[in-house]
Design a protein around this ligand. Structure first.
Ligand code: PLP
Length: 393
């Protein structure tokens, strides 16, 4: 299949060749199981896992003990939310989250609401995508045990104010979980480790391998809440059974280290390119940027085009351009994006929105090409839309 121009880095990223090289020995010669304590194959693997874990901890400024490896953010999210449900009495527990969370959070909440009797408050966001801190304060009840608010949104890049959120729940025996999947490698994440009790990450969003991620727990108090989703074998202090993924962990450590190297320069470069793209797209008549008024990730923009059918626009673009109309996990949904709907964007504009997400292999030439491609396709779509014609008279 012919390669297309790729601007869908929030969906996933290619594995960096340096990550592949780091992983290779642990897929072949050093294939041992880190739990095999009676021979050198196991010792080598165990050492590799320990070295990689220390490297991640050192790079992110956290403790190695605070890391639990998972298959990615979805598993880490399930683990945190369901741990709270198991640990605290299900009836009477209350969790606050927001309407713009990733489906990995929202679907887990819906499951717990239906089957476990946990009660949830879903905070609204304003038109720029930010939660209202007064609403958060007002939603707190005596039985509230957790606030789960994402750090950076995958569709718009909007960044929620973690410091202020943490201030509101301080001294209230409420934990803070943040889904930081999209932030790593795009913007500094110190705030996440400073203010959140739990956070999740996926390696494949940062040029690492798929099926690899981690749950961060701030301290022993947070760790004590955690319960295993997967029993068997007692690995990872009994928190996650199953043979430890040595190559995945080694690859994760490599991509985390690469992601923090020169982060500010890369983030500035991405922001310049993203702004250039956004300006080019907003030059198209009746196009609107979603989420631009809030602090946001430097690599993401979300633009709606009036008088265009979003599905046929995406179909038309797909021969030249790899982008999406929202979350990759939800791409086949026939409903408009729940994120844009929560931002009070009407369903027509929400349906005609495109998410562009740039990455480390994106060049200025790519952006110029993308602007041209979108401009041409929007024009074509509108020429075939009777409403566009009528609007002129
Ligand atoms: N959270 C956010 C914000 C995401 O963007 C994604 C993936 O798109 C996830 C969670 C789930 O990550 P994974 O599919 O790697 O488990």
């Amino acid at each position: 299949m012919e390669k297309k121009l790729y601007l869908d880095y929030n969906a996933t990223t290619p594995c960096d060749p340096q990550v592949v090289d780091a992983m290779k020995p642990y897929l072949s010669d050093n294939f041992g199981n880190p739990s095999s304590v009676h021979h050198a194959f196991g010792w080598i693997a165990k050492e590799a896992v320990e070295t990689a874990t220390n490297k991640i901890a050192h790079t992110l400024g956290i403790c190695a003990d605070n890391i639990t490896y998972t298959s990615g953010s979805t598993e880490a999210i399930n683990m945190v939310l369901k741990s709270f449900c198991k640990k605290y009495k299900p009836n009477g527990t209350h969790i606050i989250t927001s309407k713009t969370e990733h489906k990995a959070v929202l679907d887990t909440c819906a499951f717990m609401e239906k089957y476990e009797g946990v009660s949830f408050t879903y905070l609204d966001v304003d038109t720029s995508g930010l939660i209202n801190l007064d609403d958060l304060e007002a939603a707190i009840r005596p039985e509230t045990i957790l606030v789960s608010i994402m750090f950076a949104n995958n569709e718009t890049g909007v960044i929620q104010p973690l410091r202020e959120i943490a201030n509101i729940i301080a001294n209230k025996d409420i934990f803070l979980f943040t889904d930081a999947t999209q932030a790593l490698g795009k913007t500094p994440v110190d705030e996440v480790f400073e203010f959140a009790d739990f956070a999740c990450f996926s390696a494949h969003k940062v040029y690492g391998p798929k099926g690899m991620g981690m749950l961060y727990c701030k301290n022993i108090e947070a760790m004590n809440v955690l319960q295993s989703l997967i029993q068997g074998g007692g690995q990872q202090k009994g928190l996650r059974g199953g043979t430890i993924n040595t190559p995945g962990i080694v690859g994760f450590a490599k991509c985390v280290a690469l992601s923090q190297h020169d982060l500010l320069n890369e983030s500035n470069r991405l922001e310049r390119l993203r702004n250039h793209l956004e300006e080019g797209l907003l030059d198209i008549e009746l196009s609107f940027s979603n989420g631009y008024a809030a602090p946001r990730l430097p690599n993401t923009c979300n633009v709606s085009f009036a008088f265009v059918n979003g599905a046929s626009l995406l179909r038309g673009l797909s021969k030249d351009l790899a982008i999406s109309n929202g979350s990759a996990c939800n791409a086949s949904s026939e409903n408009p994006s729940h994120v844009l709907t929560a931002m009070q964007i009407g369903s027509d504009l929400a349906f005609s929105s495109l998410r562009f997400s740039l990455g480390k292999y994106t060049s200025e030439a790519d952006i110029n090409a993308a602007i041209k491609i979108v401009r041409k396709e929007v024009k074509l779509q509108r020429e075939n839309n009777i409403l566009w014609e009528r609007r002129k008279f």
